[in-house]
Design a protein around this ligand. Structure first.
Ligand code: FES
Length: 646
């Protein structure tokens, strides 16, 4: 007779086990991550699984709950006291009796924890760097002079196979009190990020501590976004965002570097500003998740190189000019309290590696999230801010570059440009016959030609155009013939519509005749042409390096990518031709990558390895850049065709 076959979902890992094997043991042997805090004592409830019933012919398995042993007394007691949800079993108690398809739920919600679905609630395999380990420590004995802390270490080695645990010193003075308070039963938070490093005791709690949290954060130059996740269930329990207070020192990255160069206290002031904002966000997510800062035991941060350096308190001056030297490009691990983020005294902060002087840990995190290096398709990943970070590749090879798009896409350098905020025009359509526009304003429900618009707009005020709408309005102007392929606003159109205004030697388009008057000027069109040509030229360089003329997939990351309509991005030639269905906004991919590294240390190794292999292209040094740039000034492009625009 053959041994029962067990298939774990969603990982798909499988193996045969002798009948009577505990499900938790089987999972461990196969490397399937099943959480356990109590170490199999059937008290924490973290190891829940369920059985998928049915005939899984494809796998040669007929799975049934009857193939699990009956609940033993410990499991029954847990069910009585804490309640097991319908269909759930404790994997530390249930034994395998026959073939099984086992579901490892990712949502083990216990302690009535309020869980809110985050905007992007992807489920990841988990293997956090911090584990909660309940142990029962031998009581002191006059015959055996081993210290309390040393007996705790013995228990951790025996029950959890954490040998030779290093101890954060802040725990040593408290250990006796905690052990006695817990009556020799304690939960140790063990931090072990790398296989070859010693496990480290970073926090200690009396009794069973059945919860631990971590934060993942993307420090953008404009916006900072933070998520609070349970390290034990993987769920995001709170999210918060704020604008980066460094904006008061400089709108874009280079002006912040100049601020540091020109002001002796500039670096310190900007480091303080960002850390203060981060502390504010930590308070916010803790309040929303109803936890204390002390409960945060791990943290992961990403950001572009300049944000990364300023956050760590490193002078970013070297990043202001060639050769754009990073102080550190590899992943960084530091005690959070050392960088002004007090959480638990033992909490560590992990920063993903930077790819190059202008392609940061945020691009690395976005790469990890979207995984060009895991697929056969040739994928382009673009994050457009004041600088575009571009990654292109597939399983065989990944290349990366940044391109100096400038802040035009964010609404700076545009006469009526502004950041996306209430009052900003966010969508635009232009009638090709009458040249009349209709538009939509952030914070105002109806479109400009719908009833109720006037009143609603009067309350908020129509103040400008945000970055994504600038792309739309210029694309619409091009599609309706107001601007030529060279980007010139056609003055002859003034005869057809009073919307075309003469502006000295050039012409502009009147989008909204209010206070302020919102127009798109010839200079605005030029600024967007320059920005999009820089972006496109950067992408083309990477395509040359890869030797490809066609892209299978495009991911547009960041806030800009979320709001921009791919069709308009292609009409203007921001991005190369691609099947429109394959052009996707990937949201805050950098934040998602940070969350992956928080919940699974294997992702940290994956991105460290990937970044080591990514080839960095310095656009400024490539002679072809200029050629591509000139061709890309035209709408949509002088040489390249866009068959997918039809
Ligand atoms: Fe704690 Fe099973 S491991 S209940």
């Amino acid at each position: 007779r053959r041994d029962p076959l067990v298939l774990f979902m969603p990982s798909g890992k499988r193996g045969r086990f002798v009948a009577g094997t505990q499900v938790l043991d089987a999972a461990r042997q196969l490397g399937v991550y099943v959480e356990s805090v109590c170490g199999g004592r059937a008290t924490c409830g973290r190891c829940q699984i369920s059985v998928q019933e049915g005939n899984f012919a494809k796998h040669g398995i007929v799975s049934s709950v009857d193939h699990l042993s009956e609940a033993g007394p410990k499991e029954e007691r847990y069910d009585r006291v804490r309640g097991l949800p319908e269909g759930r079993r404790l994997s530390c108690s249930a034994q395998i009796l026959g073939d099984l398809v086992i579901d490892v739920p990712q949502d083990t919600v216990i302690n009535a924890q309020v869980v809110r679905k985050a905007a992007d609630e992807r489920v990841f395999d988990r293997n956090p760097a911090v584990r909660m380990c309940y142990v029962e420590v031998e009581e002191p004995d006059m015959e055996k002079p081993l210290g309390d802390l040393d007996r705790l270490k013995v228990a951790l080695a025996t029950d959890w196979h954490f040998d030779d645990v290093e101890v954060d010193f802040h725990i040593t003075p408290q250990v006796q009190q905690i052990l006695r308070k817990g009556e020799w039963k304690v939960t140790a938070a063990i931090h072990k990020d790398r296989e070859d490093e010693r496990p480290r005791l970073i926090a200690l709690y009396p009794g069973l501590k059945n919860e631990a949290y971590g934060i993942a954060c993307d420090i953008g130059s404009t916006t900072i976004a933070m998520h609070l996740s349970s390290l034990l269930s993987g769920r995001t329990v709170a999210s918060a965002g704020t604008s980066n207070p460094q904006i008061r020192f400089g709108e874009d990255l280079m002006s912040r570097v100049s601020y540091v160069m020109m002001n002796p206290d500039g670096r310190g002031a900007m480091t303080d500003a960002v850390r203060e904002a981060l502390n504010g966000l930590i308070d916010k997510v803790c309040a929303e998740g109803d936890i204390s800062r002390e409960d945060i035991l791990d943290s992961v941060f990403v950001g572009n190189p300049i944000m990364h350096h300023l956050f760590l308190g490193i002078d970013p001056t070297e990043l202001g000019g060639a050769p754009f030297a990073l102080a550190v490009s590899g992943a960084v691990e530091v005690k959070s309290s050392e960088i002004g983020l007090p959480m638990n005294a033992g909490t560590r902060t992990y920063l993903l590696p930077c790819i190059a002087g202008h392609v940061g840990a945020d691009a690395a995190a976005a790469t990890l999230s979207e995984g060009p290096h895991r697929q056969d398709e040739m994928m382009l990943l673009v994050d457009i801010g004041t600088n575009a970070e571009i990654v292109l590749g597939n399983r065989a090879r990944v290349v990366a570059a940044s391109s100096p798009t400038g802040p035009a896409f964010e609404g700076a350098e545009i006469s009526s440009g502004q950041r996306a905020a209430p009052g900003a025009i966010e969508r635009v359509r232009i009638d090709a016959v009458t040249l009349e526009p209709r538009f939509r304003v952030i914070g105002v429900e109806p479109w400009s030609d719908e009833p109720g618009f006037g009143e609603a707009a009067a309350q908020i005020g129509v103040t400008g155009i945000c970055g994504s709408a600038i792309i739309e309005v210029i694309a619409e102007m091009y599609l309706s013939g107001i601007i030529s392929e060279d980007g010139v606003v056609d003055g002859a159109m003034a005869a057809r519509s009073s919307r075309i205004l003469e502006n000295g030697r050039t012409f502009s388009y009147l989008l909204h005749d209010g206070t302020p008057r919102i127009t798109v000027t010839q200079n605005d069109v030029r600024a967007i042409q320059l920005a999009k040509a820089a972006l496109y030229a950067g992408v083309k360089l990477l395509m040359d390096k890869q030797g490809v003329s066609h892209l299978d997939r495009i991911g547009l990351a960041g806030a800009f990518g979320t709001f921009i309509d791919p069709k308009y991005a292609m009409v203007l030639g921001l991005i190369p031709d691609c099947d429109l269905d394959k052009v996707k906004a990937v949201g805050n991919a950098a934040g998602t990558g940070a969350r992956m590294c928080l919940l699974n240390r294997d992702y940290r190794r994956e991105i460290e390895e990937t970044v080591r292999k990514i080839e960095k292209i310095e656009t400024a040094l490539e002679p072809k850049f200029q050629e591509h740039f000139v061709a890309a000034m035209a709408l949509p492009n002088k040489v390249d065709a866009f068959p997918n625009l039809g």
